[in-house]
Design a protein around this ligand. Structure first.
Ligand code: GLU
Length: 298
């Protein structure tokens, strides 16, 4: 039996959100995603919210946020309600993290990126292939998870920099049924099995950021009453992690739709470093909002 989803039923109208990170200007891929959300909200009589995902305080600046909002306004997309900024909700993510710590499902992780890299290359040099997550990143080593409690406490007391990570094996163990999510496809809504274990011990907070993308996205989708998550195909696999966190934290599960991605001339997903597809560049070159809609296939 596949576990039934607890749907968000706080709203009669569907609730959609577009959730850009203001660590650069918007490009055509963002425009596609915003337009997909706008279209679905319009077709269903739903509401469309704007969420600024700015937990990375070093890379997300107020100037870039202004630019993102100006890009959306120029594109002609209007949003319901006030702008929701993740940087104003750090206490909420902290509460969620504490719930996981209290249940022994999260542990302090002390290894730096460099230490992880070294361990992985040493292991691979001796012929053992290190397991990787669906994005190709090495899974976090089990050293910190296995650390004796006293040692862990001593390291924390000594003020050592640390992140918090999910004890994935323990978390999956708490589930009473296999996880799945509802994916809206051209053929209707399909129940899709979720296997979060392939991501290993995902990060929940960093030493320099009080939350991770995964933790804040599930917290906010619930807090904002989001019923439909419409986002790019590149986040399809991450949905398994989101479903796990929703199950652990008792949060409702939205319906998901992962749309096509726009690819650059090199066949790769568009990125912010690929400046020639930034909306502000296109605009400066005389491209109109109507042209953008056509370029995105609308
Ligand atoms: N902030 C994410 C991004 O800009 C989107 C997250 C989501 O839609 O779940 O890629």
């Amino acid at each position: 039996m596949v576990k039934r989803h607890r749907m968000n039923q706080n709203h009669d109208r569907p609730v959609f959100r577009f959730a850009p990170s203001p660590n650069g200007r918007l490009h055509l891929g963002h425009a596609l995603s915003a337009l997909e959300n706008e279209r679905q909200a319009r077709e269903t009589g739903g509401r469309l919210l704007l969420r600024i995902e700015d937990i990375d305080r070093a890379r997300c600046t107020p100037a870039l946020e202004k630019g993102v909002i100006a890009d959306l306004r120029w594109l002609g997309i209007s949003f319901d309600g006030p702008v929701f900024r993740q940087s104003e909700h750090f206490a909420d993510y902290q509460n969620m993290l504490q719930m996981l710590i209290d249940r022994n499902l999260a542990y302090p992780a002390f290894m730096t990126r460099g230490e992880v890299r070294r361990l992985v290359s040493e292991s691979e040099a001796s012929g053992t292939i290190w397991p990787r997550d669906p994005d190709g990143a090495p899974l976090y080593p089990d050293r910190d998870r296995r650390r004796p409690l006293q040692e862990r406490q001593d390291m924390l007391a000594a003020g050592m920099r640390h992140a918090f990570r999910l004890d994935m094996a323990a978390a999956v163990e708490t589930l009473d049924a296999p996880l799945s999510w509802l994916e809206q496809t051209a053929d209707g809504i399909v129940e899709t099995p979720a296997d979060p274990a392939v991501w290993g011990d995902i990060v929940l907070s960093r030493s320099d950021a009080p939350s991770s993308y995964h933790l804040s996205v599930v917290t906010d989708d619930a807090a904002q009453g989001v019923t439909h998550v419409v986002r790019g195909m590149d986040l399809l696999q991450a949905t398994a992690v989101h479903r796990l966190l929703q199950a652990l934290l008792g949060l409702p599960a939205p319906i998901y739709r992962h749309h096509r991605l726009l690819l650059g001339t090199d066949g790769r997903k568009l990125s912010k470093s690929n400046g020639d597809t930034a909306l502000c560049e296109l605009r400066a070159n005389g491209v109109s909002p109507a042209d953008i809609r056509v370029m995105c296939g609308f």
